[in-house]
Design a binder for this molecule. Sequence first.
Ligand SMILES: [Zn+2]
Length: 290
Amino acid sequence: MPELPEVETIRRQLAPAVAGKRLERLDVLDPRWCAPAAPDEVDAATRGRRVERLSRRGKYLIWTLGGDVHVVMHLRMTGNLLVSETRDGDLPRPHLRVRLVLEPELQVLFVDPRRFGTGHVLLGTEALDAYFATRLGVEPLDADFTGDALRALARGRRAPVKAFLLSQERIAGVGNIYADEALFRAGIHPLRPVGTLSRAQIALLRDTVVASLEAGIDARGASFDDFRHTDGARGSFQDRFLVHRREGLPCPTCERPIKKMRAAGRGTYVCETCQPKPRARRRLETRPSS
Ligand SMILES: [Zn+2]
């Protein structure tokens, strides 16, 4: 599933190609994509508008069009955005759900075998902000994601740290891959209650979340499954995983085999030597607030 680095990769590839172009039409071929809005409502709200900016928030891609109109896309499990510079985009294509026809001469295709991807039109910056306010927390690559900010979010919480990292309304954009990689780099077990982490561990975890996401962007995302670039190429971060999807392979630090377990309902990869298990029935410690 695409996470922050994969969506950011798409944004960086797509932005120079679409910025300044006019959206001639937005064809929603699968109404489930924009439900409860109807496909013709989506087209009517966006048709003829210029693409001013392509931005990202968490795992969402935001098309800002002229007249303060925003199209917010989420790729979910298997969504991809592919660029077609010719009219080849008009040809039938498996799993094509949405076609954005831009002038001059460009098509962007939302291709999505599992059909969980979504798109919503939001009219006005206020509506856009309200949409994200209830869904997304701090943006981990922004300056306000500090050790202190993470500590404030974690304080007093009994949730396992992996589940905490995956909750988008706290930290936006971290998913299964980058949570595993960040926890390994920090030497923290995924089931450790987040409120029991020391101040130093929280500061380290903040740094390893950022480092893992930046490594993912640097490798242009991970393509062990459906994720592809806008030209169909693959990312290479899967070749740099430290623990994720490396069950039974040697830990890069201690060489003991990496273990697969369940955490937060997800397949989770861990080195239990480098990431010691939390002690059973450990009491939640209260710490001074500064
Ligand atoms: Zn190890």
